[in-house]
Design a protein around this ligand. Structure first.
Ligand code: GLC
Length: 539
């Protein structure tokens, strides 16, 4: 342990993304290099050794572009510039190169569904007035009702729980569509200039050495040109998962293939067959597995989710991805310590009780489970530290999801709090000289990287060991093994390596094995596997 393992990895391996461990960096909260209270690229560069030691293959950066930050950077004013709060384009190039020297690839986050209302296109559209070609790049419409005082349709907000409309009226009478906040106007993807611009943006970043692109809100771009009212269950939906999208992603794939670049789509779709269509060989390489991410801590549910995932990916030849959390959802240890261990935007509420010791034990087991499955694994910053969801004082909340729900949804800031790096330093070593943009809870020094690095029993030590050892599973399929109720047991590497997870109340006997490779917690004195514990075994 302790040595970067990447010297052994093959930087030219074209299939790296099929089995990679990809670490999500929420730049604003990763590390503050200039001390101003906001994380930045200088902070990420200074902490690359942490990421190398963790052993991850790639970094996915949430948007670092010029942005008024009305939705944490998902409101982009210039896709070719880095926001000054984060650094400069030259610094991004350095970061990509320095990570590359450590064997770590870079994935950027492209937001194609909407732009910031400060983007030059939208400003020009506002200035040009109704009926102008500038407005044709967006969805501008007259309103309904005698004076056009009613919105053009009744579509629901894509911020689940939002009580706000998705249309905003301008003083000149036109309304414009925004599935998220009014500061994020939706682009008109039926317009050739919109398509051309995004292919150019992809090239811009591939030319700068990025290995992949995460596609934000990937299933929302195409809209029914008539913009009809929304009817629950009507197929096709006027704005979700429309067939036109596949043509868009085929042309994106042609661009990425020139650079060996890969895509990961943010595709939230309940229908497995519709989901898999995005992963056909000439479309996206991968998509996030939100079914697994939102699944409760329950053996049958997880096994079904794993089986369905593998079955839906197999026909299109795409690898699965395994995700436990991200910058939009409740942190894993908090969620797994609750009565309802699943995740649903619609039921998020202030003050949901949690048992963090229980949640942490389960999160450790879940880490070994997800890292043992065939496919790529995403780790969201702070997950490797076992950070819980933070309670943000109401007057410090920044997330528009909170405000657009009329204050009932706690928002997503609780999983976006600055990382603790050094227990004894101000602001737990995040790097700020002044109060960071979100407050760190008082007891977070105990989660600091420096403290966990010294503790072989810490979450960080578990993640480091697991990611280092993970290649023993190989890239082949999994085979389920017979196991008692509530126990997940499977073999990989042609039966040579096993993963067993006990979610049942009673301790479980381990299958025959020659070596205990790694355990998420102590075994019982009789060698059995306790509740909420996982092990990796050599058969
Ligand atoms: C995606 C992002 C989320 C953002 C939304 C609008 O869901 O993950 O953070 O608010 O898109 O861009």
């Amino acid at each position: 342990m302790g040595q970067p393992t990447h010297a052994l990895k093959q930087p030219k391996d074209r299939d790296w993304w099929r089995s990679a461990v990809i670490y999500q960096v929420y730049v604003r909260s990763f590390a503050d290099g200039d001390g101003d209270g906001t994380g930045d690229l200088a902070g990420v560069r200074s902490r690359l050794p942490h990421l190398a030691e963790l052993g991850v293959d790639a970094l996915w950066f949430t948007p670092w572009y010029l942005s008024p930050m009305k939705d944490g950077g998902y409101d982009v004013a210039d896709y070719r510039a880095v926001d000054p709060a984060f650094g400069t384009l030259a610094e991004a190039e350095k970061l990509i190169a320095e990570a590359g020297e450590l064997g770590i690839r870079t994935i950027v986050d492209i937001v194609p569904n909407h732009v910031s209302d400060q983007h030059p296109w939208f400003r020009a559209a506002l200035a040009a007035g109704p009926g102008s070609p500038e407005r044709a790049l967006f969805h501008f419409r007259p309103g309904r009702g005698p004076d056009g005082e009613l919105p053009p349709n009744d579509w629901p907000s894509q911020f689940v729980g939002s009580t706000e409309p998705v249309w905003t009226r301008l003083p000149d009478g036109d309304w414009y569509l925004h599935l998220f906040t009014p500061q994020q106007p939706d682009l008109n993807w039926a317009h050739p200039a919109v398509r051309q611009e995004h292919e150019d943006i992809l090239r811009f970043w591939f030319e700068r050495g990025v290995a992949g692109v995460r596609i934000d809100s990937a299933a929302l771009l195409a809209k029914d040109p008539q913009l009809p009212d929304f009817v629950q269950g009507r197929d096709p939906s006027p704005f979700v998962d429309r067939d036109e999208l596949h043509d868009i992603y085929r042309s994106w794939r042609a661009v990425s293939d020139e650079y060996d670049g890969v895509f990961v789509g943010e595709v939230w779709l309940p229908d497995a067959e519709r989901f898999a269509r995005y992963l056909r060989p000439d479309e996206l390489h991968t998509a996030f597995n939100f079914a697994f991410m939102t699944c409760p801590w329950d053996a049958d549910g997880l096994r079904t989710s794993i089986d369905e995932t593998l079955a839906e990916h197999a026909p299109v030849g795409a690898p699965a991805t395994w995700v436990l959390c991200n910058h939009d959802v409740t942190r894993t240890v908090t969620r797994y310590g609750r009565t309802d261990t699943g995740f649903d935007f619609a039921t998020k509420a202030f003050g949901t009780p949690t048992d963090l010791a229980l949640g942490t034990r389960r999160a450790r087991a879940a880490a070994l489970l997800s890292l043992a499955l065939p496919g790529a694994v995403y780790v969201y910053q702070g997950e490797e530290l076992g950070l819980p969801e933070a309670d943000i004082p109401v007057d410090r909340i920044q997330d528009p999801m909170h405000f657009r729900s009329n204050g009932t949804d706690p928002g997503r800031d609780g999983c976006r709090v600055p990382l603790p790096w050094a227990a004894a330093a101000p602001y737990a070593g995040f790097g700020s000289r002044e109060e960071p943009w979100l407050p760190l809870p008082e007891d977070w020094a105990s989660y600091a990287v420096d403290r966990q690095a010294e503790d072989p029993g810490s979450m960080l030590s578990l993640y480091r060991m697991a990611i280092t050892i993970r290649p023993v599973f190989g890239v082949g399929p999994l085979t389920w093994l017979p196991a008692p109720d509530g126990v997940l047991a499977f073999a990989r590497a042609e039966g040579a390596v096993l993963c067993v997870v006990n979610l049942a109340e009673t301790p479980a006997s381990l299958p025959p094995h020659t070596q205990l490779i790694l355990a998420s917690g102590p075994l019982a004195s009789d060698g059995r596997l306790p509740k909420d514990t996982a092990v990796w075994l050599r058969a």
